[in-house]
Write a protein that binds this ligand. Structure first.
Ligand code: CAA
Length: 439
């Protein structure tokens, strides 16, 4: 007997993924670190990890994902009444990423705009809050834009280094959930204050008590799953696919084994590992390419399932487990929309993967160094080459971003090199053009 709480439908109406332009193969990293590549490929289960360039940060990835979503005409921008960004890669201790997204995506001013932070749970938390806001009906007909965006960085040479990555997933939340309907079961959440993974505000890289963090993850899964199964009477067999927060793919296998052990409907036919290959592995191929994308990781799995070349997930029932270190976690259920195949080659995921370039180990180290330099005050340079949003550096303690409108306003051309003084957006004329871009 299952318990459902409401009749109105709610969930994800459209979804778009953006990735950094570069990646590092885990075999290249292993050889540079003097490690057996099999440890990273099979012990952790990854293949490659997305590495942002100096002009790509969590803001740029979020703006690009919002741009792909809105270009798909999934929504009229005037229908968006709230922007929630789930992230643990904030670029400012006060100003939210959502604020940059709001300006650069040209969203209306009667809009609530804020970030939601709880490590990798931030994206799921934002999705849940957005769904509740839409259902609450304070702004009838309005939709919410939710973006999970993160850059996972650990110290060079640390155990976490092969589990880096980055991505942004933008989701339109409303009452026509063509991508994923959130099923109205009682909430199954878990919170416990633990120091398993964290990033002090004075650091650009995260710290982790790695093996303890895996234990905390599995404890949280157990707690959420017991709550979910207890309240709904459902077992693991109720789902066509199970999606787990994926810091590295092997973690999803460990999680599935634990879930199967605890499931009221008993172990799956053929055992948990064979079942993982059937019901979990098809959701992980994109994670294996991207690495850990923290708050976006679960939604990279969702996009991977939608974009799977051999699976039509239409109508599939999904169990989703979201874990944020620190910690907060949730097990939730969803149903894929009836026209899932319409999302194949449409989320931006495949284009982003196809357009990436491989880095050498030396280029990876250089890109990390230049990212650090670009965060220092006075580092502003006009973005060289390319088009679309870019992080140009910091000037007068402000992070400066290029967007399409601003470029046309200044008349800069691709690849034009200027000194920080010449290119400063605070010179006479530039500031007003920058302001116009946001109006
Ligand atoms: N060939 C094949 N497999 C090998 C191997 C080889 N030559 N050498 C080792 N392995 C296997 C090990 O047996 C192990 O597999 P099992 O867990 O199945 O036994 C696996 O490779 C990893 O080996 P270690 O445990 O020795 O690896 P490690 O200690 O160097 O680092 C880690 C692993 C702790 C996960 C580290 O990468 C880390 O700290 N990562 C960051 C923290 C993290 O991702 N935590 C996950 C849970 S918290 C969370 O999910 C939130 C989040 O996103 C951060």
């Amino acid at each position: 007997m299952t318990m459902e709480l409401r009749e109105r439908r709610i969930g994800i109406e459209a979804l778009a993924v953006q990735l950094p332009r570069s990646y590092l193969d885990l075999g290249v990293l292993a050889r540079a670190n003097g490690t057996d590549p099999a440890k990273y490929y099979f012990g952790l289960g990854g293949r490659r990890m997305a590495i942002p360039s100096a002009d790509e940060d969590s803001v740029v990835l979020a703006v690009r994902a919002a741009g792909v979503l809105l270009a798909d005409r999934a929504a009229d921008v005037s229908s968006i009444g709230m922007v929630l960004v789930g992230t643990e890669s904030g670029v400012d201790a006060a100003k939210p990423i959502a604020s940059y997204v709001h300006r650069m995506a040209g969203l209306p001013s009667d809009c609530r705009v804020l970030d939601v932070q709880h490590a990798c749970y931030g994206g799921t938390g934002a999705l849940r809050l957005a769904a509740a806001w839409v259902l609450g009906g304070a702004r009838p007909g309005r939709k919410a834009l939710v973006i999970a965006t993160d850059v996972a960085r650990y110290d060079v040479g640390s155990p976490g280094e092969p589990t880096q990555g980055a991505a942004a997933v933008a989701m339109l939340v409303g009452e026509e959930p063509r991508v994923l309907e959130l099923l109205p079961y009682p909430e199954a959440v878990h919170a416990a204050e633990v120091m398993d993974f964290w990033r002090p505000t004075y650091r650009s890289t995260a710290l982790a008590d790695g093996h303890y963090s895996m234990q905390c993850y599995l404890d949280a899964l157990e707690s959420c799953w017991r709550r979910f199964a207890g309240a709904t009477g459902l077992g693991a067999g109720a789902f066509d696919y199970l999606l787990y927060h994926t810091p590295f793919p092997k973690m999803a296998l460990k999680a599935h084994r634990r879930l199967c052990e605890l499931s009221p409907d008993g172990p799956p036919a053929g055992g948990a590992d064979a079942d993982w290959e059937r019901r979990v592995l098809p959701t992980l191929w994109a994670n294996m390419e991207v690495g850990n994308a923290y708050s976006a990781s679960l939604f990279v799995s969702l996009a991977g399932l939608l974009e799977h070349s051999e699976i039509d997930a239409a109508g599939a029932r999904l169990g989703l487990f979201s874990y944020g270190s620190g910690s907060c976690a949730e097990f939730l259920a969803g149903r894929v929309g009836p026209d899932a195949s319409a999302w194949r080659n449409r989320t931006g995921l495949r284009d982003a993967l196809a357009g990436r370039r491989e880095l050498t180990y030396e280029a990876y180290l250089r890109s990390r160094r230049s990212y650090e330099e670009q965060g220092r005050d006075g580092s502003f340079r006009a973005a060289a080459g390319g088009a679309g949003p870019a992080f140009c550096g910091t000037w007068n303690h402000q992070r400066i971003y290029r967007d399409a409108a601003w470029r046309s306003g200044t008349g800069w051309t691709s690849g034009e090199e200027r000194t920080a003084e010449e290119a400063s957006p605070f010179r006479a004329g530039h500031a007003s053009r920058g302001a116009q871009a946001g109006s």
